[in-house]
Design a protein around this ligand. Structure first.
Ligand code: PCA
Length: 204
């Protein structure tokens, strides 16, 4: 299998984003499956960029990662909704509100990755994790919803989903009472999640 893993550039006053730092620490293969990484901009064009990657690479799985400030554990997202409602500007200075991502799209798409199994595999490594039922209404939800839509339109059985990670300690020290997790633990968690996806695919 080819597994495309994406992260995001830093945004909103942060100078780093753990989601793209994780990519630099992932191996090029996991259980003989190819891992291809790419970093996306925090703006609406991220969807066109990932679409180009999907068309070029034709991955079997797209796993996107993003930072969720304030969350204390890794969260595996279950659902993306058809809504852009930004509480902060994106990196292009846009603050879109109350707008559908896809005008003719369904209200929501579920991730078709094995969300519960990913949580179980991550937890078995001793890493705090939970299933999240909201990826928000900013760029991460945009990519979660948008990639499901793109793959659905391609009509193939490709899988996609999203994982949010907390801030890193070096970010949290600049905030008051901000939960954080080490990069090492996040990387281990993401590898465990990918192993869960592979295990599920191989069992089918
Ligand atoms: N987190 C943001 C967008 C980019 C990122 O890493 C979000 O949760 O929407």
């Amino acid at each position: 299998m080819k597994i495309l893993v994406t992260g995001f550039e830093p945004f909103h006053k942060e100078i780093i984003n753990p989601s793209s730092m994780i990519l630099t620490k992932l191996p090029s293969t996991i259980k003989k499956h190819e891992i291809i990484c790419c970093t996306l901009p925090v703006e609406l064009s991220c969807l066109n960029m990932i679409k180009d990657h999907i068309n070029k690479i034709e991955p079997d799985v797209v796993l996107s990662l993003g930072q969720a400030a304030g969350r204390s554990a890794i969260s595996v997202e279950r659902i993306g909704i058809n809504l852009d409602d930004f509480s902060i500007e994106d990196n292009k200075g846009n603050k879109i509100e109350d707008t559908k991502i896809m005008i003719d799209g369904p209200d929501a798409y579920f991730s078709n990755l094995p969300v519960k199994k990913m949580v179980e595999f991550i937890r078995n490594k001793g890493i705090p994790v939970y299933v999240s039922n909201s990826a928000g209404t900013y760029i991460c939800n945009h990519i979660l919803y948008g990639v499901r839509h793109i793959l659905k339109q391609k009509g193939k059985q490709q899988k996609s989903g999203f994982i949010h990670v907390p801030m890193l300690p070096e970010q949290a020290i600049h905030h008051s009472n901000m939960p954080s997790m080490s990069l090492e633990m996040m990387v281990e968690g993401v590898i465990a999640a990918i192993e869960a996806i592979i295990s599920e695919e191989e069992s089918v």
